[in-house]
Design a protein around this ligand. Structure first.
Ligand code: FEO
Length: 381
């Protein structure tokens, strides 16, 4: 993960964590990336979760040898990146923290007043010369917190992109990136499409040769592709044609209908992702709904509304700005079906949703009539 001889990796890999941010599954762990720029002055870019303070400080010391860092650049105050700031100050008391005014305010609320002493406040466009390297600070508010700054190192063309372009799991650039990059972006930054587009516009004229995020691999190849993915995600455009079929089933009958639909769609050549919302990684199902242009929701009726897994799924979509998709509904109800009506109501918080005209109602279990409807729906989609 070293970027060059003078931009070294000093981050850590967290394989102990059960849930990132208390909700995201990370079966392959998550890295807290930190980089050390070695020059006349030495700057450390961001810190790590507090549980890894000792390892991170040891990484810095191992690279620097007799030297000590001059600066700690804090781009983002979420504790996965800021948890070790106080430990850094104890280990390297002569180093100055470099950050935005808003970040210093947060730092004080996390660590107390003393943490900001001797700090250097930077704002949009400010530069920090290190010798041959120069850091230029670019405001990135709400990508993903309001205090975020990203940093462009002008000599080597490295964009230190904070949470942007991060991903869960592997830090190996040659591993497939999209699935976990998408799940990370949609889950964590997805709500903030406009701020992400603003940041992309600011970066447009920069000669970016490497992107060094705070999670996942340093990106050095095919950067235009990642930037285009980010543009699409931040604009809420589907990445490609395809159907997410997400179901919430109590005894399996609704699930059977959803599975039959998925099979019918596949038989017609469609790209399909099928999710049992009560058992899947719901954030993968959320990312899938943003990835494809069509979403099919199938739910049992429950307590006069919708099954809980479906309610929380739709909430997870709408709170992230889900928009501009085609949605088809399948409901099941043995005596007073209300799932479709409830799903429509829950989705009313999403803009520009086109509901597919055919809605399927199952009474208790799929039968020949509903199977014919499923087949017709598959043809229409
Ligand atoms: Fe990776 Fe918003 O923290």
């Amino acid at each position: 993960m070293d970027i060059s001889k003078s931009i070294r990796y000093v981050g850590v890999m967290d394989r102990e964590i059960d849930l990132f941010e208390g909700q995201y599954l990370v079966p392959d762990g998550v890295s807290y990336n930190s980089y050390l720029i070695i020059d006349e002055k030495c700057a450390v870019m961001d810190s790590t979760d507090a549980r890894f303070a000792d390892e991170w400080i040891a990484n810095i010391a191992a690279v620097l040898g007799e030297r000590t860092p001059d600066y700690l650049v804090v781009q983002h105050m979420e504790p996965d990146h800021s948890g070790s700031i106080a430990a850094f100050r104890r280990a390297f008391p002569s180093a100055a923290i470099v950050s935005s005014e808003k970040a210093f305010a947060m730092m004080k609320s996390f660590f107390g007043e003393g943490i900001a002493e001797g700090g250097i406040r930077v704002k949009e466009g400010d530069t920090l010369p290190l010798g041959e390297h120069t850091l230029r600070f670019i405001g990135a508010p709400m990508v993903h917190w309001p205090e975020v700054t990203v940093t462009f190192e002008e000599r080597e063309g490295v964009l230190f992109s904070a949470d942007g372009f991060g991903r869960f799991g592997s830090t190996d650039e040659s591993d497939p990136w999209d699935k976990e990059g998408r799940r990370y972006y949609i889950g964590i930054v997805g709500k903030y499409g406009i701020p992400v587009r603003n940041l992309l516009a600011k970066l447009a004229g920069k000669d970016v040769r490497a992107i060094a995020p705070l999670h996942g691999p340093v990106l050095t190849k095919d950067l235009a592709r990642y930037i285009e993915l980010y543009r699409k995600w931040a604009s809420y455009e589907p990445e490609e044609e395809g159907v997410t079929v997400a179901y919430a089933s109590i005894y399996g009958n609704t699930g059977r209908a959803a599975t039959e639909l998925a099979e019918e769609l596949k038989a017609r050549g469609k790209t399909v992702a099928l999710f049992d919302l009560a058992r899947c990684d719901v954030h993968e199902a959320v990312a899938s709904a943003f990835r494809f242009d069509t979403l099919v929701l199938a739910s049992a009726t429950y307590n006069g509304g919708v099954f809980p897994a479906m309610r929380s799924y739709i909430a997870a979509l709408t709170e992230r700005g889900f928009t501009s998709r085609r949605v088809a509904l399948i409901e099941n109800g043995s005596w007073a079906p209300a799932a479709s009506k409830t799903m429509r109501e829950l989705l009313s918080e999403a803009k520009s949703i086109t509901f597919h005209e055919r809605e399927i109602r199952i009474t208790s279990a799929p039968n020949d009539a509903t199977r014919a409807e499923i087949s017709a729906l598959a043809s229409e989609l």
